[in-house]
Design a protein around this ligand. Sequence first.
Ligand SMILES: C[S@@+](CC[C@H](N)C(=O)[O-])C[C@H]1O[C@@H](n2cnc3c(N)ncnc32)[C@H](O)[C@@H]1O
Length: 457
Amino acid sequence: MKISAPVTKNQTIEGTIEDLTYEGLGVLKVDRYPLFVADALPGETIKAVVTKAGKNFGYARCLERETTSPDRVEVKKEDRRLAQAGIAPLQHMTYAAQLVFKQHQIESLLAKAKLDIEVSETLGMEKPYQYRNKAQIPVRLVNGQLETGFYRQHSHDLVPLEDYYIQDARIDQAIIVVRDLLREYGLAPYNEADQSGIIRNIMVRQGYYSDDMMIGFITNSKTLPHAQDLIKGITAQLPHVKSIVHNVNNRATNVIMGPVTKTIYGEDVIFDKLLGNQFAISAQSFYQVNPQQTEKLYQIAIDKAQLSDRDVVIDAYCGIGTISLAMARHAGDVFGVEVVSDAVADAKRNAKLNHLDNVEFVANKAEYQMSKWQEMGMKPDVIVVDPPRKGLDETLIESATQMAPKRVVYVSCNPSTLVRDIQRFAERGYHVVGPIQPVDQFPQTPHIESVTLLERD
Ligand SMILES: C[S@@+](CC[C@H](N)C(=O)[O-])C[C@H]1O[C@@H](n2cnc3c(N)ncnc32)[C@H](O)[C@@H]1O
């Protein structure tokens, strides 16, 4: 039997938003068929036009709001570009409602999996904007002029921007300085259509406690024309820049940086602090983007780990060792594993920088290393995992539980893989203790970070 959508493209409909998707889109149902609507909140009655009608779901654009949710923040016309660019897709919700939305997202995934686990209120920020310490901004030609900005969502059309709202204001200022220098020296922006031009992206990293800034040029060409002029211009206008790097990426890919980064001014790294430890951060290493909330996140992970000074800890997916070093102050020995070798080099350097000699770092896939450690007979007391969005490899869960740690602390940036992995741990004798604690690392966006404690049954 052919199933068809109960609506057609361009049809106008009226209804009340029932829910929000994990991306923060309003859900408007026609019979049981869901239409997803941007900038629409639960309880709001709207008139909308169908923009896409697929087999199982569709999309609609709000034409008129007949009632307004108390959770709504009116967004100024000039700021709507931030939502279009996917920078702040939740900007139309009060911050309090954003925090509740994140808590509910985890609760509803747990309920779907029939898991009776409590979720605490999301720990939010006092000032939930200008928090990001890193930007990778595309450079393109728009109306005959070199522009910096963000892509309109689901497209490669550049929306020129100067105020990115969620970035450290010093980063916004640096992007303008660099953009103007690129214009002055006539460097051609990259053109994706025929892969011509020079400058693909500008990368900026800013310390939170330190004033250090790193600027990176990601180019399509092997060389960076006018490198000395650019360095001179940047350092004259932005004296806190400690490092300028050049990265070549001449492949037709959405991955921003190529494999090799060369330092063309100053140091290879910038320095910043987290929970009192100093960190050297290189261009290619992962470093949490919201330093204020990261300190809260790590402190919760440390508290949940309940370390004693003889405990052996594994920190899987350790990046530049930020969690490892924070734990090393409370534990016997800490072993970190991370796949990016530059990050491991940074982690080793960071252990020395902080005079911590009870930490060891290995460059390997966490799933391989965990099975190696298990075969070697290692018996950790605590395992911390902080994987990327795809969550844990099942073989890692197998080796980790075989090693029988007392506790597993799971730092997650994706509640759906977290819930899947909690079930996999449960099959191997580990259960969640206490509530899951969401921490808002990404205000104004639907991203959800949380910390979960699992213990052996
Ligand atoms: C969410 S980050 C966490 C990093 C670190 N714990 C922190 O808080 O800064 C995930 C890290 O996992 C690394 N990674 C991704 N896949 C991996 C794998 N299969 N094995 C080990 N590390 C991996 C990434 O390079 C990244 O550094």
